[in-house]
Design a protein around this ligand. Structure first.
Ligand code: PLP
Length: 240
């Protein structure tokens, strides 16, 4: 397992560097989030020994358990991101544990994050998840719902909006997702141009194993790669 993860990480890092040089970006602008969901803590520990420090999980309970197990074994400070759908009643468990919540898809959720962060005396960094492709099965705000939510968030004291996130359609043809990545970038430029107080749009979380190179070409600053690092996930009929 160690060798596979090491080789995969080297391969992904090289492909990130190649994609960046194709479009004239500095490879340092793109952060690789290793999506460790469904993989054991040991897989994370192995990735850490290959220099990986940012990890993404999509379920709160799994995140908490794995994070505790990994931090007992690893002395290096790591960065954990929550990338999956978050229910308001689970917010209290993640505040203070994660560096960034990618999947804020409602004003109600942002309010809850604000409230729980205030209780702990923290400021939480978040992204708004956008359903840019309009697929029914996807979480996320519709592009036309975003601006009013952004202005509400700009008044919150314990939440800092850093940018946008999207999950593009599953496809064997990554090129077909370019349009969605471009739309997310355009939306972020639009929001920035409104000069809303306290709102930063510097982060764009887009691109997964199948399409991260296209996402980088379209401006991704965080890419979320799971199977490309850890191999196929061990569950059936569910692609979450
Ligand atoms: C699982 C997951 C990923 C990683 O998917 P891969 O195709 O395995 O790279 C990225 N983002 C989100 C939100 C996920 O749930």
């Amino acid at each position: 397992m160690q060798d596979m993860i090491k080789n995969n990480l080297e391969d992904i890092r090289k492909r990130i560097a190649d994609a960046c040089s194709r479009c004239g970006r500095d490879a340092g602008e793109v952060v690789l989030v290793a999506v460790s969901k469904t993989n054991p803590a040991q897989a994370v520990i192995n990735a850490v020994t290959c220099g990986q420090i940012v990890f993404g999980e999509n379920r709160v309970q799994e995140l908490c358990e794995k994070q505790d197990e990994v931090s007992a074994a690893v002395s290096k400070p790591l960065e954990w991101h929550l990338i999956g759908h978050l229910q308001t009643n689970k917010v209290k468990y993640v505040i203070g544990r994660v560096k960034l919540i990618h999947s804020v898809d409602s004003l109600k959720l942002a309010c809850e994050i604000d409230k729980e962060s205030a209780k702990k005396g923290l400021i939480s960094d978040i992204l708004l998840e956008i359903n840019i492709s309009g697929e029914d099965s996807k979480f996320g705000l519709r592009p036309d719902e975003v601006l009013p939510v952004v202005s509400e968030i700009s008044r919150m004291k314990n939440v800092r909006l850093r940018g946008l996130m999207t999950v593009a359609p599953f496809t064997d043809e990554p090129e077909t997702n370019r349009i969605y990545f471009r739309k997310l970038k355009d939306l972020s430029v639009d929001i920035s141009s409104q000069n809303i107080d306290n709102i930063d749009m510097s982060v764009l979380s887009m691109g997964m194993t199948g399409d991260f190179e296209i996402a980088i070409e379209e401006g991704a600053t965080l890419i979320r790669v799971g199977t490309g690092i850890f191999g196929a996930r061990d569950y059936k009929d569910k692609r979450v």
